[in-house]
Design a protein around this ligand. Structure first.
Ligand SMILES: Cc1ncc(COP(=O)(O)O)c(C=O)c1O
Length: 387
């Protein structure tokens, strides 16, 4: 796993906060949507432009950047870089994964949950055109996935079980070890969407052993749209070959063959075309900064902030929708008019967001207790919008 650098991790957020100029004028607590811009990510974009300006077409450096990001994602997830594919988005990763699964035989069922992000649900439903049947496990008012219900929904006809690590709308966590066990007991593949946790919660794919795990760089990885990724388990997926592809997935990219499809055998077989090079520069810098601090230190700091927020909302008579078992990074708060609440908070320079009628507050390692207190003070001023 990542090894925290004591100097950067010791005194969060002070050790890192001045790397993020947005805090000069805003209380930014919206990392579930987009991570804040650091000095190093900004410099990385500038490096790209300088490179473009001075060299024109520096493909060796650009492909090198892709390999650098692949390695950083591997470090983040505790796996070798050859088990990582880089994609244009999490959606593209999911579509590539599903293109390697055959639904025409005995196993035609995809089991998903109502905690999944809509892009996963839409990719799964799109497979109905290829013979798949989609079963959705619904959560109750508690917002927690009932693992017994998941177990009942999965059977020997199940091809894929899809779960998020952290739900984008209510912050609930899924017990991934249990979900993997259920899927594998029935011989199904399990696809984890870790976009709302990666960078903020430790993930060890070697220990967890999902078949696939997808994410992207723009939220807790502090980077940019244009870089998604997936972990591909070499032990369980070696016989899967995607039909959604492109020349960057070829065994030899420069073979330039028009006679055959000869994909790489590593995770790279799930890639497609020219990578989003500017985004790779940002991702290398953003993930690098995160690894400097360490995911464990980040998770501990964020859990403290989330507990402070929960206590403050309770003191105001508000309702935290996020299940009590969830340590963060996303805390959802019930509102009578969430658009008005988000706008009121923005007017007081607190940036948060909303989904499903709830306010979403999502701190990262750069947030302070004072940020949470500021958000709570603004919520107090708009108490009538809490439910
Ligand atoms: C959990 C989750 N999955 C997937 C996505 C979509 O990712 P992309 O736009 O990279 O396909 C998001 C975006 O917010 C998300 O929160």
């Amino acid at each position: 796993m990542t090894s925290p650098t004591p100097a950067a991790a010791a005194a969060l957020p002070d050790s890192i906060r001045d790397r993020f100029p947005i805090f000069e004028n805003l209380t930014y607590i919206n990392s579930c949507s987009q991570g804040a811009l650091s000095d190093s990510v900004r410099a990385a974009y500038e490096d790209y432009l300088t490179n473009l300006r001075t060299k024109g077409s520096d493909w060796d450096a650009w492909v090198g950047k892709q390999e650098e990001v692949r390695g950083l994602v591997g470090r983040l997830l505790n796996t070798a870089s050859e088990n990582v594919a880089l994609t244009a988005s999490a959606s593209v990763a999911l579509s590539a994964i599903v293109s390697s699964v055959d639904f025409s035989g005995e196993r035609s069922v995809i089991v998903t949950t109502d905690l999944d992000f809509p892009t996963a649900a839409q990719v799964w439903h799109a497979q109905e055109r290829r013979g798949a049947e989609v079963r959705t496990v619904a959560t109750d008012a508690s917002g927690v996935l009932d693992l017994d219900e998941l177990d009942r929904a999965v059977d020997d006809r199940t091809a894929i079980v899809s779960v998020p690590h952290v739900c984008y709308r209510n912050g609930a966590h899924v017990d991934l070890a249990a979900a993997v066990e259920i899927a594998h007991r029935h011989g199904a593949l399990v696809v984890v969407d870790a976009y709302q946790s990666v960078g903020a919660r430790p993930i060890d794919v070697e220990a967890l052993a999902p078949d696939f795990l997808v994410g992207g760089a723009l939220k807790y990885l502090l980077s940019s749209p244009g870089t998604g990724f997936m972990y591909v388990n070499p032990a369980t997926t070696a016989d899967l070959v995607p039909t959604s592809t492109g020349w960057f997935a070829a065994r030899d990219i420069f073979a330039m063959s028009i006679d055959a499809y000869d994909p790489a055998t590593s995770a790279r077989r799930y890639e497609a075309g020219t990578p989003a090079v500017p985004s790779l520069y940002a991702a290398a810098a953003g993930i690098g900064l995160l690894l400097e601090v360490g995911v464990e230190a980040t998770a501990e700091h964020v859990a403290g902030l989330c507990a402070r927020l929960r206590a403050g909302v309770a003191d105001l008579g508000g309702t935290v929708v996020t299940p009590a078992s969830a340590p963060g990074p996303l805390i959802a708060v019930r509102s009578t008019d969430v658009d008005a609440l988000v706008a009121s908070m923005a007017a007081d320079e607190v940036v948060v967001s909303s989904r499903d009628g709830n306010l979403r507050v999502s701190p990262h390692f750069y947030n302070s207790g004072a940020d949470i207190d500021h958000a709570l003070a603004v919520l107090r001023d708009h108490k009538e919008l809490l439910a």
